[in-house]
Design a binder for this molecule. Structure first.
Ligand code: SF4
Ligand code: SF4
Length: 382
């Protein structure tokens, strides 16, 4: 038993960041593959042919607002809509990681978190040190992301009733929101391009600029992460106050001053734990000194939540969109129509007529598939 407890307490500091890097790059590769597959899917639709590659459901991870609307719709009506179901599943997984494993999504999974870390390195390379902005400026700026979150929550949770949610979810705009997102990056406007350049430059000048000050997703996860039982703990008895943990922390938390880190900014990157030279002094655990979470267990748990959640959703029919390839073909060929646009609000459309038309398109696809299957079997019989 003693050996067992020892195993969970002894952490090899060097291995921590290796585990994190492996998980980060696995998610990055997955994201890139999803993006490429979706680009091919849309490209075939643009060329007027029914796609030969399937649409990757994971693309809906890039539709957080639509997913938040789906979440409220589900809670309010009990209906798990099939327009972008995987977006809602991914949102639920991400929220559960925050409650279970702190804000680890930001530093173990999110590709923008990985990009931010590389921009931080560039910051260090240029300035030869980590420039910290003064606390009097840092605190009000950190509240910006909470204001953005409040804006979205007010617009969706407070203002949208079941009718408005339903109207949005089945709208032509929402049905092609994933394609619109792809076009945003493919045909980026000059304005959007310079905004992205400005964000990148600001992220080099001020470490974690996007994540720390502007990302509303980070704000939501930060708030939820306060509920997590797992926290960074420091053993006062063995700590030598060398402050290496504080110097290593990318978000300017000062673990050397706390016995338990309670900050909403802590994204469980464990850099402080890696930096600590004293054995079993700083650790991520559920309860002080017991329940220490080994980095590989953290890595496996956070990855399994995504993998297991998506597999379970796939097996139970909550992963693939209900939009058929024929409908997608129709959408892409008609994207210029006004009701696919979004200029601050969803343009008016006749929902019943629209859904009837979609049902007709789907029916014609089923008939085509049946004819094709019958044709194939009669050909085989001949
Ligand atoms: S306190 Fe530790 S785990 Fe939290 S963000 Fe700072 S370095 Fe990462
Ligand atoms: S790095 Fe470890 S020993 Fe040094 S101050 Fe932080 S917790 Fe204490």
């Amino acid at each position: 038993m003693h050996k067992f407890i020892n195993y969970f307490q002894n952490i090899n500091p060097k291995s921590i960041q290796i585990h994190r890097r492996i998980v980060q790059y696995l998610f990055l590769v997955t994201t890139v593959l999803i993006g490429l597959q979706f680009s091919v899917f849309v490209n075939q639709l643009e060329n007027g042919i029914l796609p030969t590659v399937s649409r990757p459901p994971g693309i809906e991870a890039f539709l957080p607002i639509s997913s938040l609307i789906s979440l409220k719709y589900w809670l309010l009506t009990g209906i798990f809509n099939r327009v972008h179901p995987s977006g809602l599943i991914i949102l639920l997984i991400i929220l559960s990681t925050a409650i279970l494993l702190k804000r680890g999504f930001c530093s173990w999974v999110c590709p923008f978190g990985l990009l931010t870390e590389h921009l931080n390195r560039l910051h260090h390379f240029i300035f030869r040190k980590n420039i910290r902005i003064p606390r009097w400026l840092d605190y009000p700026m950190r509240s910006l992301k909470y204001l953005l979150l409040a804006f979205f929550l007010w617009g969706i949770v407070i203002r949208m009733n079941a009718f408005a949610l339903d109207y949005f979810i089945y709208s032509p705009y929402n049905m092609v929101a994933d394609i619109k997102m792809l076009y945003f990056f493919k045909n980026i406007s000059t304005f959007a391009f310079w905004v992205l350049v400005a964000l990148a430059v600001l992220s080099i000048l001020i470490r974690n600029f996007w994540c720390r000050y502007l990302c509303p997703y980070g704000a939501l996860l930060g708030a939820l992460s306060l509920l997590s039982v797992f926290k960074i703990h420091r053993n006062n008895q063995t700590c030598t106050n060398c402050q290496q943990c504080t110097r290593a922390c990318p978000v300017d938390i000062q673990p050397h001053k706390a016995t338990t880190v309670l900050s909403d900014e802590c994204h469980a990157c464990l850099k402080c734990v890696s930096a600590c030279p004293e054995k079993n002094t700083l650790y991520l655990s559920g309860f002080k000194q017991t329940g220490v979470l080994k980095p590989w267990i953290y890595a496996v748990t956070i990855s399994s939540l995504f993998l297991g959640g998506s597999l379970l959703a796939g097996a139970t029919g909550y992963w693939q969109t209900g939009i058929s390839n024929n409908e997608y073909l129709f959408h892409v060929q008609n994207l210029h129509l006004p009701f696919y646009q979004h200029n601050g609000e969803i343009p008016a459309y006749n929902k019943d007529a629209w859904l009837r038309m979609m049902a007709e398109i789907r029916k014609s696809q089923s008939a085509m598939s049946r004819n094709y299957a019958n044709g194939e079997s009669s050909n085989n019989n001949n």
